[in-house]
Design a protein around this ligand. Sequence first.
Ligand code: COA
Length: 572
Amino acid sequence: MRILFLCHAFNSLSQRLYSELGARGHLLSIEFDIADAVSEEAVALFRPELIIAPYLRRAIPAAIWQQHTCLIVHPGIVGDRGPSALDWAIQEGEPTWGVTVLQATGEMDGGPIWASETFPMRQAKKSSLYRHEVSEAATRAVLKAVERFAVGGFVPTPLVAGDPSLRGRQRPLLKQAERAIDWQRDDTAHVLARINAADGFPGVADELFGEPCHLYDVCPEDTLRGGVPGQVIAWRETAILRATVDGAVWIGHVRRLDSTPSLKLPAAQVFAAPLATIPEAPLGDAFAPAGQTWQDIRYAEAGGVGFLHFDFYNGAMSTRQCRRLQAAYDRARQRPVSVIVLMGGRDFWSNGIHLQQIEAADSPADESWANINAIDDLAEAIISSDSQLTIAALQGNCGAGGCFLARAADFVWARAGVLLNPHYRNMGNLYGSEYWTYLLPKRVGAAAAQAIMRNRLPMNVAAGVAAGFLDACLAADADAFRIDVARRAAELAAAPDLAVRLQVKRAGRLADEAAKPLASYRHAELVELQRNFYGFDPSYHVARHHFVYKTPASWTPRHLAIHRDLGWTVPQ
Ligand code: COA
């Protein structure tokens, strides 16, 4: 079928549905919701059989839904309506939640239902639930709805307003007044629910050190206590610890409200000055098991395998985070393990260099340079480790340089449902580094490497395995994935041919080095990047600025809006 996506942005869910439907042979085109006239023109040009809105913030124009079947993906259970579906569900502690695919009509979220799915809730950020549970449920529901539409004859179930048998109901926008934390009364569980319900957007409006700010990235603390509720009692790396009435919570990120526009940044960086008088609570050792606390780098061992977890907010890796991770990796290499698994974080494995920190730096060009060199050093350390087998285990999505950092490992195993964006050009024609010019063609061939970089499209795990970029597609369920990874890694570590495998790995690296040293790949990439960072063309700086400040799109990129290049004309 010809299916048109109308969406606010090509976000993770839109990308997931795009790759799933594309893999089933549908011809897909995308138009961003910029103006009614633009959407109407896209419909006239593409003449879609079906329109899907995976992520839309306002109603589809009547001129479109009256003529075409338009399926809206709503992140709520049947009967739920309104713009803050998931936010309410988290804040009010719903035990289960769901996704409904309904047909657009004159009533917002009130149309008849084509499919719905439910899932158990988990204590997590809204963005994490969106990327895992919502994304999985929406994929199942949309595929079911598309199949029903294709077969024909399906009559969607009308939604009866006020049906008392439904748990879902109409709810308004969740406002800051209802999100507010009363530090003198709310216990830790309440604080966690409120910040999680607002993470990544819009955050909870609050104050720190007398300054208004939005709070994000909350994590419970098991042992550290003390202080007046609401008071900052300690800090560690990028996070700060705030007392609650019954314990304490870590706040990882904040956005100051005293300046517009402002960036979401690590809390300890934003409030570095007042933190000078507050005690640091260093973790001591990433290799020592900790209870519930804020710990962005964590190491564990089992069955001759070392597991290095690095859970960086939004998968962004700053210069310091890359350096700290490399130190932990080097230490893991000294351990008596024959396999090292790079676990990344639950939501993201890595999205490459830290664009917010770069934007906030005195010299974004210098910070870009420092950051890319730090991530390159880490990639080099992984590529050249010769006494262990290495595995990148992708629990969460991976973008740009993060994809190639993963590819630096001997094996890349991904959770089914993960999305990759193994290209850089969306960021103002950024050339990219992380040894991609060595790693990508070696895996997929020169022509496919060029196509991946040029096409700038998301890749699902099945496509990644088919292209040779990934080595295995494992369970979609996050817990099952981790169990599977541990089992397979232990098998590799215990396999009788381990020594032979390591020998083959060393020989392969030596041969590659003789053919063209790693240093030359890096040098050539950095020459290009130097132009991106310091050259005459400011595209990268402009694109990064728009990305971190979330400037609304004013047009749909050509490679997504294929209806504009098909050469079809609008019927008069
Ligand atoms: N640095 C800093 N923040 C980043 C980031 C990066 N490299 N990549 C993503 N983020 C942040 C976004 O700003 C957003 O922040 P929010 O919590 O305030 O909303 C959040 O991560 C999620 O990103 P979003 O773009 O909404 O997610 P998505 O799933 O729709 O798209 C990507 C994923 C990877 C395609 C997209 O985030 C992207 O293009 N990132 C930039 C990758 C890049 O160019 N890295 C630099 C070169 S190595």
